[in-house]
Design a protein around this ligand. Structure first.
Ligand code: FO1
Ligand code: CA
Length: 310
């Protein structure tokens, strides 16, 4: 059957890849966070869309978690010598994507069309959709003031304590029609909320009017894969942010966060003891995804769980 996955960057993209290997062409729709998008050096940067694209195309750098494998940095080094802005690193190969996307957006194409065509060219079978075509910008409210997402994440290395996260432009954004169609499809078998940061990567998607309601209305079960493993976040600032927001770093908190839409929760083996405290269907699986096998096995566990819940 068909599957819709909601995801941000690294962790989410890995599960999307696992799902793609199990599903046939056209069955997987990946709705991607664009709250991290920004303009830099005059270019339109869409980090999460690019992470999903590169991951599904087999082009991603596995250790860095973003950008392309086999990357070189001549452009950045030369820019630095000229005294240019260089706090956010664009690799030589990655740069081509930003230049081409910017050119096509300025020529009037949509982000969906540009990413869809490039995904097709790079052999991606899944449908990659930005959550919306309108600009939504994640703003991190911190002890050092309000920071646009990439300023917080890269320039300030997630150091300032977070008090609130808002999504500028979300109220006026329109959910992607193709995403709403996919969520309403009668053959939809699962909606998967990938193990991305709930506050920084999934909340912006859910903040777009209509998406949350479409998830609730769907015939398919909403399955959340917890990004928490052994009381810690696999990667990135999830655990730090939860602590700063006064939320305990547990899968239970994640389930609570999604309480109005969740039908089932997938948690890691190491947190199996938590399963009993959760008043909902829980599937225990190995959620750490290092190898291709790990990704495929977790994806299979999610799809099997969806069948049980249907
Ligand atoms: N993350 C960094 O920590 N430093 C960077 O210089 C950086 C550059 C970059 C360029 C392209 C891209 O697609 C991603 C990049 N990222 C970088 C990662 C990015 O900040 C994150 O992927 C997300 O926005 C969080 O999901
Ligand atoms: Ca439902």
């Amino acid at each position: 059957g068909r599957v819709v996955a909601l995801c941000g960057g690294v962790g989410g993209a890995k599960l999307a890849l696992g799902l793609e290997t199990l599903l046939s062409s056209g069955q997987l729709t990946v709705a991607v966070n664009t709250g991290d998008d920004f303009e830099y050096l005059g270019l339109r940067i869409s980090p999460d869309l690019d992470t999903v694209l590169y991951t599904l195309a087999g082009l991603s750098d596995q250790t860095r978690g973003w950008g392309r494998a086999g990357e070189t940095w001549n452009f950045m080094a030369a820019l630095q010598e000229l005294g240019g802005e260089s706090w956010f690193s664009l690799g030589d190969r990655d740069l081509a994507l930003h230049v081409e996307r910017t050119r096509r957006l300025l020529a009037g194409e949509t982000l969906t069309a540009v990413m869809g065509e490039i995904a097709h060219r790079t052999g991606v079978k899944a449908r990659i959709l930005p959550m919306t075509e309108e600009p939504v910008r994640t703003i991190v409210h911190t002890a050092d003031g309000e920071l646009p997402f990439q300023q917080y994440f890269v320039k300030h290395a997630c150091k300032p304590a977070v008090s609130e996260i808002t999504f500028s432009g979300a109220d006026d954004a329109v959910a992607h029609p193709a995403l709403l169609d996919a969520l309403a499809h009668p053959d939809l078998t699962a909606i998967v909320i990938c193990p991305s940061n709930p506050y920084l990567s999934i909340d912006p998607i859910l903040a777009v009017p209509g998406i949350r309601a479409a998830l609730q209305r769907s015939v398919a079960p909403v399955i959340v894969v917890s990004p928490i493993v052994g009381g810690q976040a696999v990667k990135g600032p999830t655990a730090k942010i939860m602590t700063e927001l006064g939320i305990s770093v547990t899968s239970r908190s994640v389930a609570e966060h999604y309480r109005d839409l969740i039908d089932g929760l997938v948690i890691d083996h190491s947190d199996a003891a938590e399963a009993n405290e959760l008043a909902m269907p829980v599937q225990i699986a190995r959620t750490l995804m290092q190898t291709a096998d790990d990704k495929q096995r977790l994806a299979q566990a999610v799809l099997d769980f969806a069948q049980v819940l249907t």
